[in-house]
Design a protein around this ligand. Sequence first.
Ligand SMILES: *Cc1c(COP(=O)(O)O)cnc(C)c1O
Length: 453
Amino acid sequence: MQNDIKLFTELVDFLLDEEVNNPVATPIDTDKLYQTIDIKLNDDPVIDADFKSTLKQIIKSTPKTASTSFFNQLFGGRISRATLGDLLAVMLNNSMYTYKVAGVQVGIEKEILKNVCERIGYPSSCDGTLAPGGSMCNYMAMLMARDHFDTTIRYQGVSKQLIAYTSETSHYSITKNASFIGIGRDQVRSIKTNAKGEMLVSDLQEKIEDDLEQGYAPFFVNATAGTTVLGAFDDVTAISEICKAYGLWLHLDGAYCGSVIFSEDYKHLVAGVEHTNSFSFNAHKMLGTPLGCSIIVTRDKAHLYQSFSNDADYLYQTNDDLFNLGKTSIQCGRRNDALKLWTLWKSIGHKGLEAIVNHQFYLAEVAREYIKEHPDYQLYSFDNSISVCFNYKGIPAKTLCTKLYEHSQLMVGYGTFRDDTFVRLVTINTQVQKEDVLRFFKTLESFVETENL
Ligand SMILES: *Cc1c(COP(=O)(O)O)cnc(C)c1O
């Protein structure tokens, strides 16, 4: 073990150097990948020296998500206190299903869940769990909503035409999950949005009324805190009133920006979250923990047990159910995703988490201001979003982003809203500073100049 720990440290040093000196790895064409790096698996073992040099090659050509040139996705950067926790979780290698095998780690997960529940104003009946990703959190929410609507479905399957509602700008997992929970993708109503990509509550109500008239069974509404492209926040309070009036489960998908609950300045963006039936967020997005760290809470823990508990005597042999987390999980064996958030939270406190969130909004504002001051740019984003969407000199966003990547300049993606496609600069990496954002624009501009785009 000690030898591999030594090797690990050496490889990490190599990676950290690469991140600074080659922040955007040279992309390898997929059809050349297997010739370029020796990743093929063979009958015979590889000698140590080759093993090490292959690992270095792999590190060198793997996209650097922690570099300050990475703005491609809704995660990025590395916060070392969180990484430390995840490395420890790997070494400890517990499975979170029982107190017997996870011990204090269960308490750590429960401490996180309790804090999140208090923060959003849920009653003491609430509870939650960690799931492998935001898509899975949405899946769990839809399952709980389905079983709450009709407690017989778990045993007998779906017989009514259940209808779910989500905005046209929400995450694709809602539609996908509709097939997983057995109601079918066609039973998801796509609710129109306003010019900012926020759900139109009037359209939601009309569609519910229509469905009721047709004899369908509305059961679930998904609202979004931070839509995937524009970073828009649905009006949770207004939507919750509709849900209350029609008796529908309200889930708030905060995978992207639900972490605003940690900021006094920005928690107003999810005002009304206390009226939801379930809420989820990805700490591996705004809070910058390593992937994945996805949390879902529900206001009444009975729903978690109703949908996810199974009796399994071979597993649950000691301690009370509250500490046997397997009973509220979609998984059996489960990785410890809680420790990395706990090590971060413990070491920097609520105040530190708040500063992380605020910094991202600050960087987005820096970017928006820059764009507004430079007439070659066209801005598509609004205030209070950490997705800064723009076009430069009318260059097609796809061309620009692809070329920047192929030339190892910057990693940034593009998105589409209605008729517009644009570059989407995501200011979610907490290590990025104002200078890095300004450098992003300078790099882009001089690249366009030299490449004659
Ligand atoms: C990222 C995202 C998800 C999916 O989360 P994963 O962890 O990638 O599964 C769901 N909803 C929204 C709004 C997201 O931005």
